[in-house]
Design a protein around this ligand. Structure first.
Ligand code: B12
Ligand code: SF4
Length: 470
């Protein structure tokens, strides 16, 4: 019909494995970004989007007939993603999956998925919507033309490599533009995709082979929007290395100064210790940084050498701690135990490192071979894992299982004992630094409010509401 837009209903679902439900539920920005990209780039389509999780999506499916379903899944939540796809298949809904897992292991695409998206999803999903609008299904002949797609051709999974055209990521829209209401206290933002390092155990390079930075202009535009529209003053950068580019940080400060936002906002971020230098810490102080999250991983140089592949040393860690502590910026540190070749002596070095340093939040995890990492590839080559027989949720970092322990120098039970000991230190420090701060703050705040109340009563002895003299 001429002049009338086509309508399409899409249900976006974030697959969450059981343990991750206990984590603070930060929203998944990617699904909101994808929805915004579709709306902006296909103005001739009327989109109806809903956003759900793998534990509540049936409430949505019961209420509405969807055309498409888009699932985000990490490796750990892959079982949940497959269960959702099977149910959607029964409802006759075309289901596409994207995110870290399918990007790392596209050959694991299950039968109930109509397609898997390897890497960035914006252009892939747009093309899929176009095909669907045209034929109400996703034929293999059409999917075979799209870069970055995995799909079934008969009984076989075919994998089209992602296109390597993308240079800038400034075209990616803000997740807050239409669909995501920012949390009033703090907004999560992305300043980059990828990481310049390539650690032994980490999926960063598998998921984003090159580091791509948002421009300072793009970031400030998003911050200014949230600051003006929602009065948000606290920004948390959730990407891996906010400090990776010193020049970009300088530009960011300059632009924020020109908008008169410096001094009125605060940030927190993640960075490798390598980028925590004199200049970057000075700039963090200007941004009123609340805390910097650092993956220290180990306090033993030889283990660091293997895990960080010689790119980040104990010296980097010590410098980062000294500089951040000197400026009063809190540090959140994570550690990994159980790396192959790690000895009891190494673990004790890590314990001493944690004990002697002022790290305000501490957490330790058991190393797990995430698909596509160097750790994974070594185990695959030596025949220690068989990708066809993996229960992916066992790769959750908090799941302690001897089946997934590949260190022959320290017994599994001993490593677990140390993990628990470090996490106990973590709990103690959280109470000491954060809870006491919060209580003191709240006590101070209460005191202050009582004082104001008292003053009010002296000035206005009659309560306007009740008319009773207080
Ligand atoms: C912020 C973050 C978190 C936050 C918030 C997670 C969330 N709900 O978004 C919290 C702290 C809660 C978290 C938790 C965990 N996380 Co996390 N997290 C990240 C981080 C740093 C950023 C995620 C992000 O926003 N990326 C930016 C967006 C734009 O990129 P994207 O998500 O890849 O999306 C693009 C494409 O993948 C694709 N796409 C994505 N979904 C879809 C869907 C469709 C239909 C299509 C077509 C395309 C598509 O298009 C998107 C846009 O281009 C990433 C690292 C990273 N740089 O990605 C790790 C990362 C995703 N996390 C990881 C892990 C391991 C976890 C945990 C399992 C940790 C644990 N405790 O054991 C949990 C699991 C949570 C879960 N859902 O199951 C790993 C996943 C590895 C893997 N192979 O799966 C990553 C990659 C870190 C790493 N380097 O190893 N995480
Ligand atoms: S520095 Fe952090 S994000 Fe980068 S590869 Fe290493 S562990 Fe992953």
């Amino acid at each position: 019909m001429k002049g009338r837009n086509m309508t399409i209903k899409i249900l976006f679902i974030e697959a969450r494995y059981f343990d991750s439900l206990k984590l603070p539920t930060d929203e998944n920005l990617s699904l909101y970004m994808l929805a915004t990209f579709l709306k902006d780039s296909m103005p001739y389509v009327d989109f109806e989007f809903d956003f759900a999780y793998s534990h509540n999506y049936l409430d949505y499916v019961g209420r509405k007939m969807y055309d498409l379903c888009g699932i985000y899944s990490t490796t750990q939540s892959w079982n949940q993603a497959c269960e959702v796809a099977a149910t959607m298949h029964e409802f006759g809904v075309v289901t596409i999956v994207g995110g870290p897992h399918i990007t790392s292991v596209p050959q694991s695409l299950g039968r109930y998925f109509s397609a898997g998206c390897i890497g960035p999803g914006e252009f892939v999903l747009k093309r899929i919507v176009e095909i669907y609008l045209h034929s109400k299904q996703l034929p293999a002949s059409e999917l075979s033309q799209i870069s970055g797609v995995a799909f079934y051709d008969g009984d076989e999974v075919r994998i089209n490599k992602p296109s390597n055209q993308r240079i800038t990521i400034d075209y990616l829209p803000s997740p807050y533009k239409y669909y995501l209401q920012p949390n009033k206290i703090r907004a999560n933002l992305l300043s980059s995709l990828g990481c310049p390092h390539n650690c032994f155990f980490c999926s960063a390079k598998v998921i984003n082979p090159v580091l791509r930075l948002y421009s300072a202009e793009h970031i400030v535009e998003e911050m200014e929007y949230l600051y003006k529209e929602y009065e948000i003053k606290n920004f948390k950068f959730i990407d891996d290395n906010f400090l990776a580019s010193r020049r970009r940080l300088e530009d960011l400060i300059r632009l924020l100064e020109s908008k008169k936002m410096i001094g009125n906002i605060m940030v927190s971020c993640t960075s490798s210790s390598k980028f925590v230098q004199n200049e970057t810490v000075d700039m963090l102080k200007l941004l009123r940084a609340q805390y910097v999250a650092i993956g220290f991983e180990s306090g033993a140089e030889s283990v660091l050498e293997r895990l960080k592949r010689g790119r980040i040393s104990l010296q980097d860690h010590e410098r980062a701690l000294r500089l951040l502590n000197a400026k009063g910026i809190k540090i959140s540190g994570t550690f990994i135990l159980g790396a192959p070749d790690e000895t009891i002596d190494d673990i004790n070095k890590t314990m001493r490192f944690i004990r002697r340093n002022n790290i305000h939040n501490v957490a330790a995890y058991l190393i797990k071979p995430l698909p596509g990492t160097q750790f994974w590839n070594e185990l695959l080559l030596s025949g220690k894992i068989d990708p066809k027989k993996i229960d992916y949720q066992e790769l959750a970092l908090t799941h302690y299982d001897p089946k997934w322990y590949f260190n022959e120098k320290v017994p599994f039970s001993v490593t677990v004992r140390y993990l628990k000991a470090i996490n106990r230190i973590g709990t103690y420090r959280t109470i000491r630094y954060n809870l006491t701060n919060k209580l003191l703050y709240q006590a101070g705040y209460k005191q202050f409010m009582l004082l104001i109340d008292d003053l009010k009563r002296r000035i206005y002895p009659v309560s306007k509401k009740s008319g009773i003299v207080s």
